[in-house]
Design a protein around this ligand. Structure first.
Ligand code: MOS
Length: 732
């Protein structure tokens, strides 16, 4: 099915199941430990061996030789596979740095060997015995230095945009702002490490892994192994978080497959936590410059956003100016991004790549600008709302209710009680409130599904869609139940298996809308098959209460499908509605913080997010997405920072003790409100994504609240106490 005209009324609009707060159907499996994650495909009859990775201890250079004699002789060792023995391999489509193979070292902790042994401890002990002789080369590790020679990447990365005459308008504007901001390297730090089990059967290999994107992984693994994609069976039914760290094939899968081949045994490999941070990808640091010019009435006349980030040679820039191209009005505007070469581990997508770090800067700048204009920051944003793409005014937004989010949020949160910076104090706590806008584009990817209806009246949905903790199982079941007129307990959902139709996968907050649309399309096919079998006209057929009805004829579904059952399969593809209309999601984040006047420690006291993201398919799972994202934004504001060793070229704090993420206990109170809306331009589901929206803007709202509390403006994340302590008012 191709979605190329706005959705009209369809069975989803009944909202008997879709839109209901249904607890996740895989919840029992998870809380009882029966959901099998990648490392847990224990099967007593299979003699698994354990693989332990060896990482490069230099950041850049070549491996002259490797001495594996001691490792091979160590107790329990079955095989040692080295990057030299494996030789140069073709890189998959999605990674910049290679995962394994050849003598070149591109970054610290790049995988250079896997040691396979009877048990984990033996593999780990033997891995420590591998000796490597390197020819080390000088690398670039400091973004501040490297940005001086940063270059404009290929047009495919859309580095520059420009409309009107920014320089002239900015130069003559009544009120101007010109400031620099920075965001650090961040790590996905998901709960479940990257992990895989590989088992060969002749020429075929089965890989249980932890992947957000089954088909991307399968294709890249086939390229790396130089085998036919059909020979790889990939499974990833349960995933303990990804945040982009599992979008693209990772080394654990490659090492498990090659280790299993060498040891002639199924092999499991989990990347140890201290290895993950430098071996896998991260969100790259940015340095950003923002200039805004406005007239005294508060209308923006000129806005410019420039950003510098770094990556491995041939890599990607962090698209931190993305939201500035779309968020606020202003006739004269420019954006530019430059990419520096860094020999740090590969920079790549992490939850809301682009907008998350971009809004961390832009939304502080907007707060500063409002203050210069003597306007309330909400009023300033409302004044500069736009209903069209400001760079291409002929393109309207499909639906945009940012103003509604700001107004409802202000009222609910008690925004009117906010005082002047530094004005509110309770004991040693300086109290302040901040606001920031959330904005993230809505993308769609083709998504397929197969739905079988059997003679017991059970519908089984099969798609290679993944559930990374987001609730995919549940919203897919709701979609099938709604389309087929069945209760939830008559629907089974099977995900994350390469034998199933290729889906959108989980990423870029496109998963929920895209994958349920694929299920919608498959259900339409199934409904047509049922109608055809009964000789019903599929246009006026109704599926309700386990029956299919046309006019005054009604047949139980169990009877209609017969002994053989019926199957519907289809893939949703997308027309050009995303070109003719800008599709985005919107929100407003409100935060209250306390800043300790003596220690400079900041604490979040309460938070509220108001989101406008089309139809909400399940308010429980959607809320969980936003709550989790807000929590991530607290980490981003206050603690998360990969510390770069700019001499040796690696991230020093490579575990969860040194890389501090925010947790439940850091935030006493969180609320989420969803605007009641649908977006018929997005899909037949009329839904959009929320998983990344919830993160966008949070950290800036916290920075703005800290300013309102303390009077100290910090433009460089994270907002640790050292950036506040010397500038706070007297304790007394
Ligand atoms: Mo997301 S960074 O596309 O998992």
């Amino acid at each position: 099915m191709k979605f190329d005209t706005p959705a009209t009324t369809n069975p989803i609009d009944q909202m008997k199941v879709v839109g209901k707060p249904i607890p996740r159907i895989d919840g029992d499996l998870k809380v009882t430990g029966r959901a099998k994650y990648a490392y847990e495909w224990h099967d007593a009859s299979t003699p698994y061996a354990y693989g332990y990775p060896v990482g490069a201890s230099i950041a850049r250079g070549r491996i002259r030789s490797m001495d594996i004699a001691a490792a091979e002789k160590a107790p329990g060792v079955l095989a040692v596979v080295t990057t030299l023995a494996v030789g140069e391999r073709k890189k998959g489509k999605f990674n910049t740095a290679k995962l394994f193979g050849g003598d070149e070292v591109q970054h610290y902790h790049q995988a250079i060997a896997v040691v396979v042994a009877e048990n984990f401890e033996q593999a780990r002990a033997a891995a420590a015995l591998v000796k490597v002789d390197y020819a080390e080369e000088k690398g670039a590790f400091d973004l501040k230095e490297a940005m001086k020679t940063a270059e404009k990447p290929a047009d495919s990365q859309q580095p520059d945009t420009s409309v009107g005459d920014f320089d002239a308008t900015f130069g003559s504007a009544a009120i101007t702002l010109d400031e620099a901001y920075s965001t650090p390297d961040q790590s996905h730090a998901m709960m479940e490490p990257n992990a895989s089990i590989a088992a060969w059967d002749g020429d075929n290999v089965t890989v249980w892994t932890s992947s957000q994107m089954i088909d991307w992984w399968r294709a890249d693994l086939a390229t790396t192994l130089d085998i036919d994609k059909e020979k790889i069976h990939l499974m990833s039914p349960f995933i303990g978080g990804g945040f982009g760290g599992k979008l693209f094939l990772r080394s654990d899968a490659v090492l498990a497959v090659l280790g299993a081949q060498a040891a002639k045994r199924p092999v499991k490999v989990a990347l140890p936590r201290p290895f993950m941070i430098n071996n896998t990808t991260h969100r790259p640091a940015t340095i950003q410059r923002i200039r805004i010019g406005a007239e005294r009435d508060g209308k923006i006349t000129a806005i410019a956003h420039e950003s510098w980030s770094g990556d491995q040679p041939g890599g990607q820039l962090e698209a931190a100016v993305a939201q500035t191209r779309l968020l606020y009005a202003g006739a004269n505007r420019m954006t530019a991004m430059r990419l520096a070469t860094l020999n740090l581990p590969e920079g790549n997508a992490m939850r809301a790549p682009g907008e998350a770090p971009g809004l961390m800067a832009l939304e502080i700048a907007m707060d500063e600008m409002a203050e210069k204009l003597g306007l309330d920051p909400i009023e300033f944003r409302i004044l500069n709302d736009t209903q069209v793409d400001p760079e291409k005014p002929e393109r309207p937004f499909s639906h945009r209710n940012l103003i509604g989010c700001l107004k409802l949020g202000a009222e609910t949160f008690g925004w009117s009680s906010r005082g002047k910076p530094g004005a509110r104090r309770e004991g040693n706590w300086l109290i302040g409130q901040g606001v920031a806008v959330a904005f993230r584009n809505n993308m769609m990817l083709p998504s397929g599904a197969r739905v079988r209806l059997d003679r017991q009246g059970i519908a089984t949905v099969e798609t290679d869609m993944t559930d990374i903790g987001t609730g995919s199982y549940t919203i897919i079941a709701q979609t099938a139940a709604e389309m087929l007129g069945l209760p939830m307990d008559r629907v089974a959902v099977q995900l994350g298996d390469s034998r199933f139709p290729v889906s959108a996968g989980s990423g870029g907050q496109f998963g929920a809308n895209s994958s349920t649309s694929g299920v919608y399309a498959a259900c339409v096919k199934l409904r047509e098959a049922v109608a055809a079998k009964l000789g019903f006209n599929s246009d006026d057929v109704v599926f309700e209460n386990g029956e299919v009805r046309s006019g005054n004829r009604s047949v139980p579904l169990t009877e209609a499908v017969g002994d053989e059952g019926l199957v519907g399969e289809d893939t949703m593809t997308w027309g050009d509605l995303t070109q003719t209309h800008q599709q985005s999601t919107f929100g407003a984040h409100f935060v209250e913080v306390g800043v300790d006047v003596a220690t400079g420690e900041s604490r979040v006291r309460r938070m509220l997010a108001v989101c406008a993201a089309g139809r909400i398919l399940n308010p429980i799972t959607a809320r969980s997405q936003v709550i989790g994202a807000m929590t991530m934004g607290v980490g981003g504001a206050l603690s998360e920072e990969l510390a770069v060793d700019t001499r040796r070229g690696f991230f020093v704090n490579h575990d969860l003790a040194g890389y501090e993420v925010a947790v439940h206990a850091d935030i006493p109170h969180q609320d989420v409100i969803f605007m009641d809306e649908t977006d018929p331009m997005s899909s037949p589901m009329k839904a959009k994504g929320v998983g990344e929206l919830g993160l966008c803007g949070v950290s800036a709202a916290i920075a703005n609240a800290i300013y309102n509390a303390s009077g100290v403006r910090v433009r460089h994340y994270p907002l640790t106490l050292d950036k506040l302590i010397g500038n706070l008012p007297d304790v007394a």
